[in-house]
Design a protein around this ligand. Structure first.
Ligand code: SF4
Ligand code: SF4
Length: 449
């Protein structure tokens, strides 16, 4: 079979099975804690606005935050119980976000749900509104409101939906397990969107290190109109949107462009399952599968209510197996270090990965030896060592000319660098500065009018 792929890329932690061996064969376990902390900034765009107060009793699925605009989604209670706080909390270096704390009464009482029925018979015009009302955002880590992604600008045509089952990040197996255990739901979600947008082709793309998931999805896709499975070579970052589109369709998203510019939309497998839940059962997005692994006694794939605290999840995995160093949301390549174990999970939290102290220690960078390994690794053909020079000199105009804004912060270049240059942090810094400068310029232009 011809396996699809993109140019360049790397094979992180290849010999250790990319850190996935600890959990890839473990079925998903349900876990519910005594309380959750659900913050209102779970999506890219405007935060939700809390609509409950301390002392209220809420049921599972009840709206506790209304959408703050078009690029926003409502937030729902993930457990039943009493609201014990509505207050700002610090969150992942983004400043304070408003959060609703709910104490579980373990009644498991749900709000009344309004199912739309089978995805093959539902009125297609009802699907996108149902996705919005269910509060669905990209569950592969991006957090972009899904109804916005599926609302195209005038004249745009989508002929292919790609379902991202690559899960190329190290350590994570949540999507892998979902494909094994909820394969029909994933196809149902894909079909609902294909019918809503009149898209003829849906392709579920999976790396070849998951042969069991490929077989499960092929079985689930059999006989479903327009749905097929594509097998990808195992390579990082195969699950990056642009890399996936290039691998599956041969199309290249232009610099600064979007997948829809080449007629494609990419949805994560978890997002598709959530869409099926919303259509078939009328169920909002209140839980997700999350891999908990690294230095914990019993690594697991847990289905958790949104807002579950990391400390509770570590406890559900038997506690730390050795002194923790850093804890990440996500895998080793693109994960974000969390400040403490009281941090609550969000709709996009696909992994909690615990590194020990030795693994967490930063290594000093040394001078560039011009080996070019970073250039050979970059999946979008950038010149990382030159961008690094420009970024470190705060020459953001030069960094922009070198296309730093196309950098997806995948970390492939830094992984390969023998001089341990801190490439990705420099690129993130430059991108943030350029975005801030653009915003300031736009505001100045507006005030001059
Ligand atoms: S972090 Fe940016 S520059 Fe480095 S490999 Fe990834 S896309 Fe290329
Ligand atoms: S991989 Fe590191 S040492 Fe080699 S050229 Fe790139 S930045 Fe320099």
């Amino acid at each position: 079979m011809l396996k699809k792929t993109f140019k360049r890329g790397i094979h992180p932690l290849h010999r250790q099975g990319s850190g996935k061996n600890a959990t890839k064969n473990l079925p998903i376990e349900n876990y519910v804690s005594d309380s959750v902390v659900i913050h209102m900034s779970m999506n890219i765009g405007a935060p939700a606005v809390p609509c409950v107060k301390k002392g209220d009793h809420v049921k599972i699925g009840q709206v506790i935050g209304t959408a703050g605009g078009f690029v926003s989604v409502p937030v729902h209670a993930s457990i039943a119980g009493e609201v014990t706080a509505v207050e700002p909390i610090p969150y992942l270096g983004t400043g304070n976000v408003t959060a609703v704390t709910i104490k579980n009464d373990f009644s498991d009482e749900w709000v009344e749900l309004h199912p739309l029925g089978s995805v093959e018979n539902v009125d297609p015009s009802l699907v996108i509104p149902a996705i919005r009302e269910a509060g669905i955002t990209g569950m592969g880590g991006a957090s972009f409101p899904t109804h916005v992604k599926l609302t195209f600008k005038e004249g745009a045509v989508c002929d292919t939906i790609i379902v991202n089952g690559a899960e190329c990040e190290t350590h994570l197996t949540a999507d892998h397990r979902l494909m094994l255990e909820n394969s029909v739901r994933i196809v149902d979600g894909l079909r609902a969107v294909m019918r809503a947008l009149i898209v003829p082709k849906g392709i579920i793309a999976i790396e070849d290190n998951k042969p069991d998931a490929i077989a499960a999805m092929q079985k689930a896709a059999a006989g479903r109109i327009g749905v097929q499975v594509a097998v990808l070579k195992t390579k990082y970052p195969q699950g990056g949107e642009k890399q996936l589109i290039e691998a599956v369709s041969g199309r290249q998203v232009p610099s600064g462009g979007l997948p829809i510019d080449v007629g494609v939309v990419v949805l994560n497998v978890g997002t598709c399952a959530a869409i099926a839940d919303a259509v078939i059962d009328g169920m909002p997005l209140v839980s997700r599968v999350c891999t908990v692994t690294g230095c914990v006694k019993e690594p697991k794939n847990l289905r958790i209510p949104v807002g579950t605290i990391v400390e509770d999840m570590i406890g559900a995995c038997g506690g730390f197996s050795e002194d923790p160093g850093k804890i990440f949301f996500g895998g080793a390549m693109t994960g974000i270090a969390i400040p403490n174990i009281q941090t609550p999970t969000a709709k996009s939290t696909n992994g909690v990965v615990v590194f020990n102290e030795a693994e967490s220690r930063s290594k000093d960078e040394s001078p560039c030896i011009r080996c070019g390994k970073c250039v050979a690794a970059c999946p979008i053909g950038l010149n990382p060592y030159q961008i690094k020079v420009a970024a470190d000199a705060s020459d953001f105009a030069a960094a922009e000319k070198l296309h730093v804004m196309d950098c997806m912060l995948c970390g492939s270049c830094a992984y390969m660098c023998p001089a341990r240059r801190w490439l990705t942090p420099s690129f993130r810094f430059a991108k943030d500065k350029i975005v801030a400068e653009r915003k300031a310029a736009a505001a100045k232009g507006g005030s001059d009018k």
